[in-house]
Design a protein around this ligand. Structure first.
Ligand code: PLP
Length: 389
């Protein structure tokens, strides 16, 4: 492939753009993972992650992608044939359902239209009906990356409490941690799963868990097979500053740097920045007279915006044109949304001028594709940013 001048715009909802500081931090000699230097690294990243998850409990790091985190979560707290309640919010929710079924769990899926988050009222009803408390766990995706719709976890917690149900609450925060407000302890989540390649600004390769005391108790009794992902083995090693097997040392160097960057910016400022850039993106989409996939005003994602392609226009062809002409990668429509939407990622190491370039590429791409739309989305977004410091 011939050289394409200028910087590539990686505007996926993960992997996100990896900042220079993180790249530099990773490009040093790997150290002995059983040596004297290692415990300081382990301690630093676990402490930093605790503050991002907003938990004082145990946090674990695996060399895995987010899907490994799903598997690890299920296998640590559940036993074969136990009942799990899950919600069809989009492709990733269904991916987790598939993982649970492969482990022989009895999964009930609440159907959804892929245009909103999981419904707390429906959950409360289902849990209230479950008088014998057969449902062991409720598992939801916080930010459904395939649709750009967020499930309000505080509402899910409230529904479980209202129903006085003892189910464990498991949350996939893989594409939201570090970018959308998330409160593991306050919402009494039992297992939260996250990954490195989104809001944490790292390359793919690390999965994270935050786990509650209840989840740890459940794991002592749970009988699904687990080895590599066993919390108990990991916890014993971590308490001494090490890992039970070879960790992804250079990704941990990167993680240490990324956590320092989030702290320097101020984590609340990081969340505010994501909210602001996401709102500006939605202003542009509205001005283009296009529709977002998410139809619920309170559930729009601050990580990505999924835009519906007008009838007769293919999202993948549009993305290919934007890539060829402007050296920018946009997210594809996944599963049943293939070709029907495109997704604009605005997550991680991202600022106003990067957003301006991203939206300009989309607007020029729409014009070149002869998609019916109204011009002026970029201008609307820029005006909104100036008016809303
Ligand atoms: N869950 C969500 C919400 C995701 O966005 C993704 C990936 O984008 C996954 C799970 C799967 O993670 P991975 O591709 O890192 O295995």
């Amino acid at each position: 492939m011939k050289y394409r001048p200028g910087r590539h715009f990686l505007q996926l909802p993960g992997p996100s753009n990896v900042p220079e500081r993180v790249l530099q931090a990773m490009s040093r000699a790997t150290i002995d993972h059983r040596g004297r230097e290692f415990p300081a690294l382990t301690g630093r990243v676990l402490e930093g992650l605790r503050s991002i998850f907003r938990t004082s409990g145990r946090v674990l790091v695996y060399p895995a992608s987010g899907s490994g985190g799903w598997e690890a979560a299920l296998s640590n707290v559940l036993s074969p044939r136990e009942r799990v309640l899950m919600f069809e919010t989009g492709v990733f929710a269904l991916g987790w359902v598939d993982t649970a079924r492969r482990f022989g769990l009895d999964v009930t899926v609440v159907p959804g239209d892929w245009r909103r988050g999981a419904d707390p009222a429906g959950l409360e009803e289902l849990l209230t009906e479950d008088r014998e408390h057969r449902i062991r766990a409720v598992a939801v995706v916080h930010n459904e990356t395939s649709t750009g719709a967020v499930t309000r976890i505080a509402g899910i917690r409230q529904a479980i409490d209202n129903a006085r149900h003892p189910a464990l609450l498991m949350v996939d925060a893989i594409s939201s941690l570090g970018s959308i407000d998330y409160r593991h302890d306050e919402w009494r989540v039992d297992v939260t799963i996250a990954a490195s390649q989104k809001g944490l600004m790292l390359p793919p390769g690390l999965a994270f868990h935050a786990v509650s005391g209840r989840a740890l108790e459940a794991s002592a009794r749970a009988t699904l097979p687990r080895a590599y992902f066993d919390w108990a083995r990991m916890a014993v090693a971590n308490d001494d500053g090490f890992f039970p097997y070879t960790p992804a040392t250079n990704l941990l160097f990167g993680l240490r740097e990324a956590l320092a960057m989030l702290e320097e910016e101020g984590f609340d400022n990081v969340l505010r920045r994501h909210a602001r850039l996401a709102e500006a993106t939605r202003q542009a989409v509205r001005a283009w007279k296009l529709e977002t996939q998410c139809v619920c005003a309170e559930e729009h994602s601050n990580v990505l915006t999924a835009v519906v392609m007008p009838e007769g226009h293919d999202g993948d062809r549009f993305r290919a044109l934007v890539d060829q002409r402007f050296n920018m990668s946009l997210g594809a429509g996944l599963g049943k949304l293939k070709g029907r939407i495109f997704r604009i990622g605005h997550v991680g190491d991202f600022n106003e001028l990067m957003l301006a370039g991203t939206l300009a590429g989309v607007e020029m791409g729409l014009a070149l594709s002869a998609v019916p739309f109204r011009r002026g989305g970029v201008d609307t977004a820029l005006r909104w940013l100036v008016a809303n410091e």
